[in-house]
Design a protein around this ligand. Structure first.
Ligand SMILES: Nc1ncnc2c1ncn2[C@@H]1O[C@H](COP(=O)(O)OP(=O)(O)OP(=O)(O)O)[C@@H](O)[C@H]1O
Ligand SMILES: [Mg+2]
Length: 155
């Protein structure tokens, strides 16, 4: 069985992990911790305030899904650097919950298995972030890796 980090490295850009925070998600309050930690890391990585809000909401959507559908799981938030020294933020959400039967459908806007939900969480995470990968096995769990690159200078 691959470690989570090996899974993440198999996807997309060649990255170096600079800093990492892992948040265990077990109760809805943990979402506030997610937003707090992700915003701090975004500031540290030199992201602008607009991106800070967008990426924090993406992280919050992933955390909400874990709490709602899997009950518990983890969110790893990292500052990463690519081979051209561009800084970025990485979100890696993983759980061992029920999994998603039809990923294509789950990635469509307005498709939700929850009543009165917009069903736009995952599609908006994909829109906000530059890289987005999802792997889910019914009965085993779900893993989402997403990265946002800071394509501008400091300040
Ligand atoms: N971690 C997960 N484990 C199991 N199923 C999930 C997980 N995340 C998402 N899903 C499934 O994928 C569907 C789409 O998720 P998405 O976040 O896009 O919308 P939603 O959670 O239904 O609504 P919203 O996020 O707008 O409140 C969900 O309805 C759910 O069935
Ligand atoms: Mg959702």
């Amino acid at each position: 069985m691959k470690t989570d980090r090996e899974f993440a490295l198999n996807f997309g850009s060649d990255v170096t992990l600079i800093k990492r925070r892992e948040i265990l998600l077990t109760q809805s309050n943990d979402n506030e911790v997610v937003i707090y930690i992700v915003r701090n890391l975004l500031v540290e990585a030199g992201f602008r305030i607009v991106d800070e809000f967008m990426v924090a909401s993406a992280a919050s959507e992933l955390a909400t899904n874990i709490l709602r559908y899997a009950g518990k799981g983890t969110l790893e938030i990292g500052i990463v650097r690519d081979t051209r020294d561009t800084f970025g933020i990485e979100l890696f959400a993983s759980d061992t919950g029920p999994g998603i039967r039809n990923i294509e459908e789950a990635m469509c806007d307005r498709i939700s298995t929850t009543k009165n939900s917009l069903g736009s969480g995952l599609p908006s995470v994909k829109r906000i972030m530059d890289e987005f990968y999802i792997e889910s096995i019914p009965g085993k769990g779900t893993r989402v890796l997403a990265r946002k690159w800071r394509r501008y200078g400091e300040g």
